[in-house]
Design a protein around this ligand. Structure first.
Ligand SMILES: *[C@@H]1O[C@H](CO)[C@@H](O)[C@H](O)[C@H]1NC(C)=O
Ligand SMILES: *[C@@H]1O[C@H](CO)[C@@H](O)[C@H](O)[C@H]1NC(C)=O
Ligand SMILES: *[C@@H]1O[C@H](CO)[C@@H](O)[C@H](O)[C@H]1NC(C)=O
Ligand SMILES: *[C@@H]1O[C@H](CO)[C@@H](O)[C@H](O)[C@H]1NC(C)=O
Ligand SMILES: *[C@@H]1O[C@H](CO)[C@@H](O)[C@H](O)[C@H]1NC(C)=O
Ligand SMILES: *[C@@H]1O[C@H](CO)[C@@H](O)[C@H](O)[C@H]1NC(C)=O
Ligand SMILES: *[C@@H]1O[C@H](CO)[C@@H](O)[C@H](O)[C@H]1NC(C)=O
Ligand SMILES: *[C@@H]1O[C@H](CO)[C@@H](O)[C@H](O)[C@H]1NC(C)=O
Ligand SMILES: *[C@@H]1O[C@H](CO)[C@@H](O)[C@H](O)[C@H]1NC(C)=O
Ligand SMILES: *[C@@H]1O[C@H](CO)[C@@H](O)[C@H](O)[C@H]1NC(C)=O
Ligand SMILES: *[C@@H]1O[C@H](CO)[C@@H](O)[C@H](O)[C@H]1NC(C)=O
Length: 406
């Protein structure tokens, strides 16, 4: 009876959790399914613009990743499998880029959004790692990513792995980037699956990954902490919402129980939505293990109503008056907690997020968790039997230590 009950509960859990997450299934179907194109229509490699075209059945997702201005990811979803990207380079590199980036046919465009990586904050985390509690005088001058010098993407494109790496250094005179750099490593996907390396994000055919890596950058103090400021755009009267998704799943990213996501506010009269999703974990090693986990914390979403020249990709696509026609919001994400070592000890930090169209992938309960629950639900019966046996045999055994499951 008990066993039957727990199996019913399990079946319900399984159904509620969607087994292994809702991501497998839909795949890109074009030929090629996903293609990468560097600076389309331009021979130079003085600036970086990467066009990722993911063709599906009657739809195409265009991703435009660029370091013209601040590092930007523009996502355009079209209801056509033959929509194309047009870039007017003279206009894009001019001081009035509005209209320089178009996707045609224009009426196939159903939804557009963008994410911009604007600033890197550095502060003295001696007393607290909480960015919002740090006094102004404990901040070092922030790095504007738009002012960075970005290496050419030429040779950094891997068309097999569908990935590319944008590597930049601060052109400032502090010398902190003498031996270091930051980079944005982007990966496109043809179908749904789970990433191999930590944080093992579950991705779908409608998403791409961006990994922010800080390597060898000299901190300006002994207990320096860093935070990344990210801006997100939503068209029309809609806004972005910042959500926290808690999970009990401890198998894929052990000890991390929270997923955060920026999503589009639900709206009856608008088509489509998008997301930026991340786990609250960063890593201090290139081949991260669980012990390299660095806590990452996010802060409330702030409305932004003015933008500067660093948003050239946004202007080029959404137009000169984008502040009027789009809603912009920004969020800070800080890396490191009080009991973690500071960045200087490893000189390495990586943080990954998914950017995509539609609903964010949802983690289900893993088989391991379901197994543990099965045991837990069956425990009363087991306890009864074991207890009886112990009483009967009076055999004492040392308690086994709790072994964390990897
Ligand atoms: C991806 O987008 C397509 C087209 O809107 C949709 O049919 C499909 O369900 C989406 N897949 C996922 C995993 O969100
Ligand atoms: C794709 O478009 C064609 C022509 O409009 C239509 O016949 C077909 O049913 C569509 N397929 C899907 C899966 O929507
Ligand atoms: C590109 O933009 C420039 C400046 O706005 C314009 O003169 C030119 O005609 C455009 N080129 C194309 C191919 O549209
Ligand atoms: C840390 O706290 C001490 C004592 O409250 C204070 O004097 C010091 O300025 C603080 N340092 C930082 C970096 O916040
Ligand atoms: C960096 O960029 C910001 C805004 O984009 C600008 O105000 C600032 O002067 C720039 N700093 C340097 C050192 O170029
Ligand atoms: C591209 O990625 C594939 C698969 O990850 C890897 O085997 C290959 O070595 C990479 N090529 C380059 C040039 O890095
Ligand atoms: C750069 O690295 C070299 C060797 O690791 C070291 O000697 C040098 O001091 C570093 N320079 C800076 C500015 O950190
Ligand atoms: C960093 O720590 C060293 C030794 O612990 C100390 O001598 C130095 O003054 C500290 N530097 C700063 C900027 O606090
Ligand atoms: C959206 O539609 C639902 C039902 O169709 C309705 O209950 C809700 O009030 C609508 N929301 C807005 C913002 O119009
Ligand atoms: C911009 O935002 C600030 C604070 O949120 C607000 O006071 C100001 O009126 C806004 N400006 C415009 C032009 O909307
Ligand atoms: C990020 O943190 C810095 C420093 O506290 C603050 O000046 C900035 O307004 C914050 N940005 C957002 C979007 O919260």
């Amino acid at each position: 009876m008990l066993a039957a009950g727990s199996w019913t509960a399990l079946a319900l859990l399984w159904a509620a959790g969607g087994c292994v997450g809702r991501s497998a299934g839909y795949r890109r179907r074009g030929d090629p399914k996903v293609s990468l194109e560097y600076n389309p229509g331009w021979e130079s490699s003085a600036v970086n613009l990467l066009h990722t075209r993911a063709v599906g059945l009657n739809d195409t997702i265009h991703y435009i990743w660029s370091t013209i201005g601040a590092p930007t990811a523009l996502l355009v979803y079209t209801g056509s499998d033959s929509s194309t990207l047009h870039v007017n380079w003279t206009q894009l590199l001019s001081s009035s880029p509005a209209g320089a980036i178009r996707v045609e046919p224009a009426d196939s465009v159903l939804y557009s959004t963008a994410v911009v990586f604007t600033r890197l904050w550095e502060y003295d985390g001696t007393n607290t790692s909480d960015l919002s509690k740090v006094h102004a005088e404990h901040f070092y001058p922030s790095y504007h990513l738009a002012n960075f010098t970005w290496a050419s993407l030429e040779g950094q494109l891997n068309k097999t792995a569908l990935s590319a790496e944008f590597r930049g250094v601060s052109s400032g005179r502090e010398g902190t980037f003498w031996n270091g750099s930051i980079s944005f490593q982007v990966t496109a996907y043809e179908g749904g699956s789970r990433d191999g390396p930590l944080p093992r994000l579950l991705h779908s055919a409608n998403s791409s990954k961006v990994e922010f890596v800080m390597q060898g950058v000299a901190p300006r103090g002994n207990r320096s902490r860093f935070a990344l400021e990210i801006l997100a755009l939503e068209q029309g009267g809609r806004r972005k919402l910042l959500q926290s998704v808690r999970s009990i799943d401890d198998e894929y990213t052990p000890t991390i129980f929270e997923m955060a996501q920026l999503i589009s506010e639900p709206h009856n009269n608008s088509f489509g939505s998008s997301f930026l999703q991340w786990k609250t974990a960063a890593y201090s090693s290139q081949n991260p293990q669980r012990e390299d986990t660095v806590h990452c914390q996010y802060y409330p979403l702030q409305v932004v109503n003015t933008t500067g020249p660093e948003f050239s990709i946004l202007r080029a696509y959404f137009g000169e008056d984008l502040e009027r026609r789009c809603s912009l919001s920004a969020v800070n994400i800080s890396f490191g907690s009080e009991n973690n070592e500071a960045y200087e000890e490893k000189g390495y930090l990586s943080w990954s997020a998914l950017v995509g169209f539609g609903e964010p992938p949802r983690e289900g309960f893993s088989l391991l968790v379901i197994g543990i629950l099965a045991v837990a639900l069956g425990t009363p019966a087991v306890l009864l039997i074991v207890g009886t046996l112990v009483v009967l045999t009076r055999q004492e055994k040392p308690c086994s230590e709790y072994e964390p499951i990897n």
